[in-house]
Design a protein around this ligand. Sequence first.
Ligand code: ZN
Length: 495
Amino acid sequence: MFGKKLYMLLIAGVIMVMAIPSVISAASLKDIPKNYAEEINYLTDRDIVKGFPGGYFKPDEPVTREQAATMVGRALGLDGEKPRKTVFSDVDASSYASGYIQLAYEEDVIHGYGDGTFGPLNEMTRLEMAYLISKAFDYTDDSTSISYSDMPNKKEHVQAINRVTNAGITNGYVDGKFKPDSTITRLEFSIMVARALEPSFKVDGNVSDNEEDKETPPEPEEEEKPEPKPEPKPEPTPEEEAANVDPKTQYVTAYALNVRSGPGVEHGKVGLLYKNDKVTTYQVEDNNWVYIKYDGGKGFVNQKYLTTTKPSIKRKIAIDPGHGGHDPGASGNGLVEKDINLAVSLHLRDYLEDAGIDVVMTRTNDTYLGLDERVDVGVNNDADTFVSIHTNSFSSSSANGSETYYSTASTRTAESKQLATFIQDRMINALGTRDRGVKSAGFRVIKANPLPAALVELGFITNPDDANVLETKQKEAAKAIALGIEDYYEWKEGR
Ligand SMILES: [Zn+2]
């Protein structure tokens, strides 16, 4: 059961929002640049960004360290709206940002200057942003993909910059610089937070695909295409050309890759592919762009992000039996949630392993783990997917049925929704419980999870019929969830 606590939080949240008259609704912010309205509205819709009184976003103002901490804290779903005392000597306990600063410190996301101060009103630099965002969203890939011409000397600084670059948060400026010491504007920082939360906003590895700084004029001689573009040949269309070329099967190597309407970054985005996605390639243009078709679309990508080598995909999933130890979860009809969750999860592990899927368990006995620890178990063990098992409850015994959750605030919403749908379908089929459907909610283990993630509510422990299913059909439930997970892997690998 996640319900009661969440409900209290929601109520607390509503009261807070109503009590602050300066909160501006998304639609009324007057000065959002059109090019980035999607990203900023994404954040305002989720109350991660709130305007200034008068309905202004002030995109070009530098972001202060306390504003950045607040925005990231909200993006992570931290409960920091309430001001509090912090560990930093220069953060006023009554300041609006103090709750998020303290919680972000406790989450090991911020550390301050090392002398006990945080510098809440100081402007944030782009290097500080790289540290903050990579910490907050757990980006660890620090290999070098883009070598900016102005990289700092210190190894740690370079790693932080590589982490945000590899995660598709930024790819520097069009002149090939990162400008680590420049301050970052509210607009730039907001776009990066939006990219961290929503993959379709991410930038791909195309060096010149950057509009962060419209003040910086493009320097075409530093862009990647050395040759001038050949005169467009008087059609054939890509379709006609494709008919004359042997198609090749290739796979995406970039974390996220934009598909464009024409052969170059100046063309609009028409789709988005992820690492290991399968595409069929046709004509390669003189500038190394290639016409492709894939499940769901067609367009052009840069050939250097494709490989003919079929990726070896190992399946490895984290299974999280909810609650445990001093946290029993819900109870009813003589049953205790933590026990049901664990029993079903252990059967689930066995079924998955029988199907050749590696399984990481967050717990295998009656012990307590925090919500973030559960997420960490999956991530730190290289799991590619996360499923949490729970049992529902309600104050009235009549509530019944099974439901599966995903989070729209996750970075992997589309995959998570698909995962939840496959599991829900199989579960309803096998258990015959009422189909309460696939739903979205911000439960922390699925929301703050970098993996595609779903949370299963098997049934209501407080309903006699459901409780009977929970007690007598644990293997059936586990088998059904295992099949749903297999459906998901097949869907994902066949894409
Ligand atoms: Zn629960």
